[in-house]
Design a protein around this ligand. Structure first.
Ligand code: FES
Length: 105
């Protein structure tokens, strides 16, 4: 597995973007749990964020694509509103231990 960051570098209700071996990913922590997805909107295949590390909507309760505003569930990446409703972000398997957050690419 590849190391992403220390656990403390991803605080609750926040998101962070990463570029690991040329793959763009982002991670969200909610309720203590970490969720990692490919940084690729299923609508047009573009990166989701306009501002670094900002992948959430203003209420921090959904993932938002900055291009056309699609909204995705944090827990499973399903698009619940917007032009790609019914599609989903690609989940990246991850785990967290004392060393930090790890992903398998
Ligand atoms: S590219 Fe994400 S909603 Fe259109």
């Amino acid at each position: 597995m590849k190391w992403l960051c220390a656990g403390a570098e991803l605080v609750n209700d926040s998101s962070r973007g990463f570029d690991i071996e040329g793959r763009k990913l982002f991670a969200v922590r909610r309720g203590g749990q970490v969720y990692v997805y490919s940084n690729r909107c299923p609508h047009r295949g573009v990166a989701l964020e306009w501002h670094p590390d900002q992948f959430l909507d203003p209420s921090n309760s959904l993932i938002q694509c900055a291009t056309h505003g699609a909204l995705f569930l944090i827990e499973d990446g399903e698009c619940v509103a917007g032009p790609c409703a019914g599609q989903a972000l690609t989940r990246i398997p991850s785990r967290e231990d004392a060393q930090g957050i790890w992903v398998s690419l």
